[in-house]
Structures are given as structure tokens and as C-alpha cells.
Design a protein around this ligand. Structure first.
Ligand code: ATP
Ligand code: MG
Length: 376
């Protein structure tokens, strides 16, 4: 029951002769009742049988009707009809969403005891009050938690043998006496692929942790330049290997309201992409400037670029523009999904500007400023 009812008479109005209040869960309307009355009676039966909690207010904001399912989900007073929502059920978020002055739609999660609820409130139309539908999503949330735990456990278990394989392959390659020349290429392939696996498991683990996070990470004022330097240090070997120049163009005075590790991962993923998707001899630059009570950070490369048709989708999990190329570059399509998640957890936003062959700019807006100077 999430759609709006057809315009006209209020759907849950009492059937002639029937008491108003709890929508009936009784049998179907009698054949003698026809037209609008029959529709109203039918609507009342449907609402009464709905597994979702339903509450309707009239134009003046008072409770007009509700169903039994609602009583099982939220602490409703025994005689709510005619009361204001806050008197009928002491949940300020719902009462606020039902206030008669509002004409917008609202949707928000709610925890009542151990039950996870999803509340949707919509206007019924001019002069008709508002409809509140409450859905019990506890089982859905639990299934989601099991899935996250499963992914986290599997990633953790598989990471250990993959790390061992990479370690032994590396040792073999470092000692030329251990390998006959034809075996070197094979062991290099083993090393490359086992590193891909550990990267994939790390990404999956991080996403599972982010998904499972109930509260956002604590944020603090961080000097951005120091974080960028750490990110560049971490990716220096990858950049040298691919002959990409890393350039930091930002002042030491810029600070951001962020979580250090989250910020490192966010910028690390963008810088790593810049390195991966830029031809040898190219450049990846990180710029930052204060703007509107925040800071704009740009990670700019002069690489292969991305066609605008993919801009929305590259932030989805496992989405890669060119699967073949991304795979040979070692990509699994999780990096930008993590970036988006991390940005959200720090109340930051990310967008991309790019054209094929013209490089890419990933722009992050985050709260922050410049110490010793007003933000522009
Ligand atoms: N700077 C960039 N230049 C060109 N294409 C990019 C750039 N950044 C991302 N892309 C495209 O977007 C896709 C998704 O990026 P994302 O970082 O999510 O995954 P990935 O780099 O393939 O793998 P992962 O980051 O998980 O190792 C990439 O496969 C690539 O096609
Ligand atoms: Mg990536």
C-alpha cells in the first residue's frame, strides 16, 4: 500500500452504518452496497488485512483511521481516533511527518524495540490529510546482515591462502637460482593473479564493514596535504611501474572534516584509478581549494577518460567500463563503490567529469576550510 489512492472520496472513510476506527478485517462487502460505498468497504477490508501498519489523518491532522497491523508494530494508545498523531502514538518522527501543514512525501527507518520498521508518509490529496504506511523490515534487515557477515567471513578466509601464494611467488621471483627462465613468466602470472585476489578480498571486506556500520565514523579536522602525501607514498611503486607522475597541488593550510583512514581509502582509490587508466608518461594530480564552507578536492588524470553514458554507473559495485581492460589493469569494479560509500559516511559528495581520450576529473566536496584564511 504505497501508491496514492485515486482522487475523489477518502478511501478509508467509514462504510455507511459501520463504526469508524480500526479498518475491518471482516469478510467482503455485501453485494447490496454498490458504487462508492462498495469501493470504500473494499478498501477498508484490504487495509484491515494488510500486513503493513496503516494510519490516516484527516485534513486537520487528526487520526481518522488505522489498522490492527499498526497496533502490533508501534505503541498506539487504545482510542486514537480523533487525536493528534503525537497523542495517538508517541513517536515524534511519525507525528512530525503527519503534521497537516506538510504536503511532501517522507520515508525513514525506525527502530521500535528490536523491530526494524520502514515508515512512508504520503499526502492523500487536497483536503484529505495524510497516509502513513509502516512496514516491518526486520527479516529483510536480518537477511542483509547475514549476507554481509557471510561476505566478510568468506573474504577473510580466502585472503589468507591468497596472501601466502603471493608471498611464495614473490620469493621465487627474487631468487633467480630457484627458477628456470621459462618458469619466470608463469610465476609472474601467479603473483599478479594472487595480488588481484587479495585486492578483491580487501575491497569486499571493506564494503562489508562499511555496510555493517550502524553509525558513521567519528570525524576530525585533518590536514589534507598530509593525507595526500600518505596516499602518494602508498601508490608510489604503482606509479613508477606505470611511469605516471603524481602531483600534489594544494596548500598545507587546507583542512577537512574527515576520518583519516576513510579519507586515505577514498583518495587512494581515486589516485589508483588515475594511475591504472592513464597511459605511461601521463600524470595524476590532486588539487584542493576551499569552497562554500567546505573543500573541493579534485583528482585529475590525463588518461583514457570515460564516456558520459557510463558516469552514473561506474559507482555501482562490479561495474567496469571496459571489462577486458579493467581486468588486465587488475580492476574488479569495487573501488568507486567504496569511494561513494566512504564519501557518504563523511557527508561528502563525489562526481565525475570525463570524456574519452580527454582524461578524467573526480571531484569530491567535503566539509572543511583553510586555516588562517576564510573559506571562499
Ligand atoms: N580515472 C579513470 N579513468 C578512466 N576510467 C576510469 C577511471 N576511474 C574509473 N574508471 C572506470 O570505472 C570503472 C570502475 O572503477 P572502480 O574503481 O570502481 O573499479 P576498478 O578500478 O575496475 O577496480 P577496483 O578499483 O575494484 O580495483 C573502471 O573499471 C574503469 O572502467
Ligand atoms: Mg579502481
Amino acid at each position: 500500500m504505497t501508491g496514492r489512492p485515486p482522487s475523489g472520496a477518502p478511501v478509508f472513510g467509514s462504510v455507511s452504518g459501520a463504526p469508524s476506527g480500526v479498518a475491518a478485517a471482516a469478510g467482503p462487502p455485501t453485494p447490496a452496497v454498490e458504487g462508492v460505498d462498495a469501493d470504500a468497504a473494499l478498501a477498508k477490508v484490504i487495509v484491515g488485512l494488510s500486513p503493513n501498519g496503516v494510519l490516516v489523518t484527516d485534513a486537520s491532522g487528526l487520526v481518522r483511521t488505522f489498522n490492527q497491523a499498526l497496533c502490533r508494530m508501534v505503541p498506539l494508545v487504545p482510542d486514537p481516533i480523533g487525536r493528534t498523531p503525537i497523542d495517538a502514538l508517541p513517536i515524534p518522527a511519525i507525528a512530525e511527518a503527519l503534521s497537516p501543514g506538510r504536503t511532501d512525501e517522507a520515508e525513514f527507518p525506525l527502530h521500535v524495540g528490536r523491530i526494524d520498521l520502514l515508515v512512508r508518509v504520503v499526502p492523500l490529496g487536497a483536503g484529505l490529510g495524510r497516509l502513513c504506511v509502516v512496514q516491518d523490515v526486520s527479516r529483510l534487515r536480518q537477511a542483509e546482515r547475514y549476507r554481509q557477515e557471510f561476505v566478510a567471513n568468506v573474504s577473510h578466509e580466502l585472503r589468507t591462502p591468497a596472501t601466502a601464494i603471493a608471498g611464495f611467488a614473490e620469493t621465487l621471483l627474487h631468487d633467480p637460482e630457484l627458477l628456470a627462465p621459462p618458469a619466470v613468466r608463469m610465476v609472474e602470472t601467479i603473483l599478479r593473479n594472487s595480488r588481484r585476489l587479495t585486492d578483491l578480498f580487501d575491497d569486499l571486506l571493506q564494503l562489508a564493514r562499511l555496510d555493517a556500520m550502524d553509525t558513521p565514523p567519528p570525524l576530525q579536522e585533518l590536514a589534507l596535504k598530509a593525507v595526500v602525501d600518505e596516499v602518494f607514498d602508498k601508490h608510489a611503486a604503482q606509479a613508477v611501474e606505470r611511469r605516471i607522475r603524481l602531483v600534489a597541488s594544494l596548500s598545507d593550510t587546507i583542512w577537512v572534516l574527515a576520518h583519516r583512514e576513510a579519507m586515505q581509502h577514498l583518495l587512494g582509490n581515486l589516485v589508483s584509478n588515475g594511475i591504472k587508466y592513464t597511459e605511461a608518461g601521463g600524470e595524476v594530480q590532486v588539487r584542493a581549494r576551499p569552497r562554500h564552507a567546505g573543500v573541493i578536492i579534485e583528482v585529475i588524470d590525463n588518461g583514457i577518460g570515460i564516456d558520459p553514458t557510463h558516469h552514473e554507473r561506474i559507482f555501482e559495485r562490479f561495474y567496469r567500463v571496459d571489462r577486458g581492460r579493467a581486468r588486465s589493469a587488475g580492476g574488479t569494479g569495487l573501488g568507486l563503490a567504496i569511494v561513494k560509500h566512504l564519501a557518504k559516511s563523511m557527508k561528502a559528495t563525489v562526481e565525475v567529469r570525463s570524456r574519452p581520450g580527454r582524461g578524467s576529473t573526480f571531484r569530491v566536496w567535503i566539509r572543511g576550510g583553510e586555516s588562517g584564511g576564510a573559506s571562499a
